[in-house]
Design a protein around this ligand. Structure first.
Ligand code: ADP
Length: 533
């Protein structure tokens, strides 16, 4: 009696240890090893095994833990695992004898019970005895059942844990691969997850960002320059909205300035208390620039188109007056102004059409071979007649310069734009020089002036649509900021490049390249087309 009371105490103690081991999150194999060694001890066995079915459901048992058996012994037990439990009482003893003969172990009796998880068998627990004289009792069976139940729970825990882990890994991977920046913050607004796109967006590394307040890492600024995340966090605005959104500028850690949109999915407790949130952050800089361009476009258009129209209307109205008599000279002058302004209007409209054509899918070129020097001379003639005496025009093209292969009218537009700018941005006058030479497959051509020049930080921007350097001169001169954009588009459509070399106060030199032409040389057979070098 006393002995069996002791036994029960010990068993309870062991079962308790097993549950502790499970909650301490020991790995499954360690827990199963503990289960089998206690089960062997409690049922006075000499050794034992726990085998589990593969999770992929192919009904194959594999040994996962043993007591008083070495791993080298395991393969010998494989034939036992192939017997269904119901067959063990009939055929088990014979198989056990075979194993004993092979391994040299003394195995004379066996007891085996299925590990069952919610009616599904997940494995089998086996205990062996060396002695033949004492048979396994119903009590032993009951004890082993308790251990089998524990083992089944351990398997269940491990599988649950594995599936949660897999789920988490899947989630982590999709967060990591998301093209948007994704950041998860906890109830204290501290960052707990920070994906790769977020690192690229903000310039903060994950290691630096995690644990920091989100308002420090993603400091979105209002137009007035305050940190919105700090002073007016969208997650705190009342009434709470399910997906608050905030937009604004950020200065990245690596010194870029971006415009971002951050959309939050907050989690709240029953009283509305903040539990954490997922933030999706997107770079909308280009979109904002487009919007800004659109606004500039409208103001430029209204200004640039309205000015000539009002001049034309003013002059026409004046010339029509019955109460004033004009001399023929005054008439001519008035009409000349009307004609000039109408031309200007037509040019603007043409530029706008070109821009929209470009945006819609590129320029179509009609390329022929022609001498650039001739075209340059023609363009210069037009400007020299109107520019004023304080401008001097010079042409510097070598006599033997090969022809270019380009669209004549489009190249005229390029030269006109560059020369018109050279005049416009040289208020004091000076020399305006056009020249060129051949280099490899290209003609290099330039238009140089001695005007106001362009600061280095503006030199790339002036080729952008509607961009005008913000200074007194550009405010005083008319312009749409389309000239250089179109000029570059035309040059690039020819496969050429354009750039500017400039010094403030000294002048600018716009240089561009165009493909050289082919001189058709007919060889003696009268067929071949030879490229001139
Ligand atoms: P627009 O002349 O109509 O303003 P452009 O696209 O032709 O537009 O030129 C863009 C800007 O580049 C001008 O506003 C001006 O500030 C600058 N720029 C262009 N050419 C020159 C030049 N030769 N010298 C100095 N600044 C220039």
């Amino acid at each position: 009696m006393i002995e069996s009371g002791d036994q029960r105490l010990r068993q309870r103690e062991y079962l308790l240890q097993i549950s502790r081991a499970m909650t301490a999150q020991l790995d499954l194999i360690s827990v199963l090893s503990l289960v089998i060694s206690y089960a062997v001890e409690m049922t006075a066995g000499t050794s034992g095994l726990i085998a589990l079915y593969d999770e992929d459901g192919n009904d194959e048992l594999r040994i996962r833990a043993s007591a008083h058996l070495t791993r080298q012994d395991w393969p010998a037990f494989a034939r036992l695992l192939t017997l269904p439990i119901s067959e063990l009482p009939r055929r088990g003893e014979a198989v056990l004898r075979e194993i004993a003969a092979d391994t040299g172990l003394t195995l004379r009796q066996m007891i085996a019970l299925p590990l069952v998880l919610r009616d599904t068998p997940v494995g089998v627990i086996y205990v062996f005895r060396a002695a033949l004289n004492v048979a396994f009792s119903a009590d032993d069976r009951q004890v082993l059942q308790d251990f089998a139940d524990q083992a089944a729970i351990a398997v269940s825990n491990a599988r649950l844990y594995q599936s949660v882990l897999r789920e988490k890994q899947r989630l982590d991977a999709s967060i990591e691969q998301s093209a948007d920046g994704v950041m998860i913050i906890d109830s204290r607004w501290r960052i707990v997850t920070f994906n790769k796109a977020m690192e690229q967006l903000t310039g903060w590394s994950r290691e630096e960002a995690i644990g920091r307040p989100c308002a420090e890492v993603l400091a979105i600024q209002s137009p007035q320059g305050t940190n919105i995340c700090l002073v007016d966090c969208p997650l705190n605005r009342l009434p709470y909205t399910p997906n608050p959104v905030v937009e604004g500028r950020i200065a990245t850690r690596d010194g870029r300035e971006l415009f971002v949109q951050s959309r939050y999915a907050p989690q709240r407790g029953p009283q509305g208390q903040f539990l954490g949130a997922i933030a999706n952050v997107r770079d909308i800089t280009t979109q904002k620039q487009e919007e800004q361009l659109q606004n500039t476009f409208i103001s430029v258009i209204s200004h640039e188109l309205k000015t000539p129209v009002s001049i034309i209307k003013g002059y026409a109205g004046t010339l029509r007056r019955d109460d004033v008599s004009f001399t023929p000279e005054q008439y001519r002058e008035g009409l000349a102004v009307i004609e000039d302004e109408a031309d200007r209007l037509a040019r603007h409209i043409q530029d706008l059409l070109d821009v929209s054509r470009l945006t819609a899918g590129g320029l179509r070129l009609e390329q022929t071979d022609f001498a650039l020097a001739m075209l340059a001379a023609d363009v210069v003639r037009g400007f020299a007649a109107t520019a004023g005496e304080h401008y001097k025009f010079e042409l510097r093209f070598p006599d033997d310069m090969p022809p270019v292969h380009a669209d004549y009218e489009r190249v005229r537009q390029v030269l006109s734009n560059l020369v018109s700018n050279a005049v416009k941005y040289s208020p004091e006058g000076g020399v305006i020089r056009l020249g060129g030479w051949a280099e490899g497959d290209f003609a290099v051509c330039y238009v140089a002036d001695q005007g106001v020049g362009i600061p280095p930080e503006e030199q790339a921007a002036i080729f952008r649509r509607f961009y005008r350097v913000d200074n007194r001169l550009s405010r005083e001169t008319q312009g749409s900021g389309l000239g250089l954009f179109l000029t570059r588009a035309i040059v690039e459509a020819h496969g050429g490049r354009i750039w500017v070399e400039s010094q403030v106060g000294k002048g600018s030199r716009f240089v561009f390249t165009l493909p050289l032409g082919r001189r058709r040389l007919v060889d003696e057979a009268g067929q071949a087309e030879v490229r001139e070098e």
